[in-house]
Design a protein around this ligand. Structure first.
Ligand SMILES: Cc1ncc(COP(=O)(O)O)c(C=O)c1O
Length: 384
């Protein structure tokens, strides 16, 4: 029998979808899929070379559990540039997903509450549940970068609130929070003495405006645990490397989780990551420009479909569009796969607040995007 802790974890709605797409493709059906959350570009060659070099040099044994010093120093510099007084002591090298899991394990006691954006990335809720915490989902404002609705956020804070988990820029919405949105969260966190876990994995994929790390706001450095990494910005999803940046006390506690689970990250992977931060940044800029161009195509073409509306996402590679048809997002997703040969993630997979929306990942070629949207347009306009 499965443990209670795992029993309470909802099955992923998206797995059903992925399995169906795979099945249809096996049957020889032509399905254009826009569900994947990873860049389609190869990892830049200088990063690959640095890792190969490290392997050849024999960097194939255990490394420091907290992370190779040089890499931690390089990550700390990223935060120094933002005005934070961080050194290698403030950094833990770990995959971003594990960083979130380990942070919640080290901070949440049973029954404590974690505030989540609704809609939000699918893995947050299971991670909170695995830590024994309770989930408090708060509705977002689609007209304001999918920021929290201020009154709803205030009402959700109580004596059990331990953490607000903030994804900015956000998956699935593409929202990038402005300073006033972040200040509102800051004020609540300081007044009610809770922590913010800031998932900033998409921080370098911003097309307009500026990404602000919430840790840089007054009073936030000491109460923010920032998670980020290499997967999305350097096209390194398979490398499994990212980091936590936080006050030293948090790092020491989270390190205990890492020491007794992952032990460390492979040293050759860390060598590649160091090359990503220290080497030329042109590949990153080129990828971002390619995403921007695709974003513009997606915004223009999706808005041409009757019943579909999309405000330009200012960050990430997701377009979270609204539809005005009398069916659920899950039903629409199934119809599009079966009848139009296009796979999108239903908004409800990300929470109730995602109903009547669909997530379209534009981390794929312009040609495929054009063909996919054309298929959608034809099908949707004939059907509704
Ligand atoms: C919002 C968000 N946070 C974290 C992650 C995990 O990143 P990584 O694959 O680097 O662990 C993802 C990946 O999809 C994500 O979308």
């Amino acid at each position: 029998m499965v443990a209670q802790r795992i029993k309470g974890i909802p099955p992923s709605m998206t797995i059903k979808l992925t399995d169906r797409v795979r099945e249809l493709k096996r049957e020889g059906k032509d399905i254009l899929s826009f569900t994947i959350g990873e860049p389609d570009f190869p990892t830049p060659p200088h990063i690959v070379e640095a890792a190969i070099q490290a392997l050849r040099e024999g960097k194939t044994k255990y490394a420091s559990s907290q992370g190779v010093l040089e890499l931690r120093e390089a990550v700390a510099e990223e935060y120094q540039k933002k005005g934070l007084d961080f050194t290698a002591k403030n950094i833990l090298i770990t995959p971003a997903k594990f960083a979130l899991f380990a942070t919640l394990q080290s901070l949440v006691d049973p029954g404590e509450e974690v505030i989540l954006q609704d809609p939000c990335w699918v893995s947050y809720e299971p991670m909170v549940l695995m830590a024994g915490g309770r989930v408090m989902r708060v509705e977002l404002d689609p007209l304001e970068e999918f920021s929290f609705l201020p009154e709803k956020l205030k009402d959700s804070v109580n004596g059990r609130t331990r953490i607000l988990l903030l994804n900015n820029p956000a998956n699935p919405t593409g929202g990038v929070l402005r300073k006033e949105h972040l200040m509102m969260i800051r004020d609540l966190a300081v007044d009610h003495d809770f922590y913010v876990v800031a998932d900033e994995i998409y921080e370098k994929l911003v097309y307009e405006g500026e990404h602000i790390s919430i840790a840089t706001l007054p009073g936030m450095e000491e109460r923010t645990i920032t998670v980020s990494g290499f997967s999305k910005s350097y096209s390194m999803t398979g490398w499994r490397i990212g980091w936590i940046a936080a006050p030293e006390g948090f790092i020491k506690d989270i390190l205990r989780v890492q020491q007794h689970t992952l032990t460390c990250l492979p040293p050759f992977v860390q060598a590649g990551a160091l090359a990503a931060l220290k080497g030329p940044q042109e590949p990153l800029n080129e990828m971002r420009e390619a995403f921007r161009k695709r974003r513009d195509i997606v915004v223009k073409r999706l808005n041409e479909i009757d019943g579909v509306s999309l405000r330009p996402p200012h960050g990430t590679f997701y377009a979270f569009f609204h539809f005005d048809y009398p069916i659920s997002s899950m039903e629409l997703s199934e119809m599009l796969i079966e009848k139009a040969g296009v796979a999108l993630t239903p908004g409800s997979a990300f929470g109730k607040g995602g109903e009547s929306f669909m997530r379209f990942s534009f981390a794929t070629s312009e040609d495929k995007i054009e063909r996919g949207i054309e298929r959608m347009k034809r099908f949707l306009e004939e059907t509704f």
